[in-house]
Design a protein around this ligand. Structure first.
Ligand code: HEC
Ligand code: HEC
Length: 224
């Protein structure tokens, strides 16, 4: 059983690494949307070892941040480039959250690249959350303006835009509030979140959380 999980994990690591390096070549020649250092080669096996520090929180499905209370985001299956830019934002303190700032402050660019390759390679196991159906229907209507970057259902395939599908509803609410308050600084999202009311935020979060997605909180059994 254990061997089977590890085997699956590593085949997907190699497949996605091949895809990542191909994509990196294309990406570096056409866009520079984020500060991600695309020149670093990713070592997902090294990332897996480094990620043991992170697993107490990101490998525990349903674990909550103590205050304000919301579920710790799933990062398994997230786009690696986005994971790197999130870690850089914590390190630069343009994104609030003392614990994550402390975690990221110890990581080099290479560490971030490797950890991101590891988490990004994990096939999703998230189940869509049960949400209020009327709220999700309203959210679906409002999500039209978000689709060009996040995809119609939150499964966007652009590397620097996070996947939202299947993410915890209460975490999405928190993230959108943080863009509005400036606790999380990002020029693109500040513009979008600034136009949303609290009920828009709740509706949009219900919509994305209820979608089938590839995010997961990979549990300790896949680790050595
Ligand atoms: C004590 C629990 C804890 C530990 C340990 C921890 N994290 Fe986090 N992490 C969180 C919480 C809570 C958030 C959400 C913070 C916020 O609201 O910005 C988060 C957010 C993140 C995000 C942003 C996710 C997103 O969707 O934007 C990334 C990436 C991340 N953590 C990676 C890591 C890595 C890599 C490590 C190990 C080096 C780590 N974390 C260790 C609790 C933890
Ligand atoms: C032009 C592209 C673009 C559009 C349109 C857009 N976003 Fe984003 N979104 C981004 C980027 C880039 C980030 C990552 C920003 C950062 O690093 O904090 C992001 C981050 C997010 C996050 C945080 C996810 C996480 O894991 O922490 C949420 C939630 C979100 N967007 C929701 C929305 C919603 C809802 C809309 C529509 C109202 C929207 N976005 C429109 C580009 C976009």
């Amino acid at each position: 059983m254990l061997n089977k999980i590890r085997h699956t994990l590593f085949s997907s690591v190699s497949a996605s690494l091949a895809a990542t390096s191909l994509f990196t070549v294309v990406l570096s020649s056409v866009v520079s949307l984020s500060s991600v250092n695309t020149a670093l080669a990713a070592d997902a096996a090294r990332g897996e070892k480094l990620a043991q520090t992170c697993q107490g929180c990101h490998g525990a499905p349903g674990l909550r941040n103590p205050g304000p209370v919301y579920n710790i985001p799933m990062i398994g299956g997230q786009h690696p480039d986005y994971i790197v830019s999130a870690l850089q934002a914590y390190k630069a303190k343009t994104r609030g959250h003392k614990t994550m700032q402390a975690q990221a402050s110890n990581l080099s660019d290479q560490d971030m690249t490797d950890i991101a390759a590891f988490y990004g390679s994990i096939a999703g196991r998230s189940r869509p959350s049960l949400v209020n159906a009327a709220k999700a229907a309203t959210g679906k209507e409002k999500s039209v303006q978000c689709a060009s970057c996040h995809g119609a259902d939150g499964n966007g395939d652009q590397a620097t835009f996070p996947k939202l599908a299947g993410q915890y509803e209460n975490y999405l609410v928190q993230a959108l509030k943080d863009y509005r308050s400036g606790d999380r600084q990002n020029a693109i999202m500040a513009g979008f979140a600034g136009t949303l009311t609290i009920s828009d935020i709740k509706a949009l979060s219900a919509w994305y959380a209820s979608q089938e997605g590839g995010l997961s909180a990979p549990q300790a059994e896949v680790f050595k």
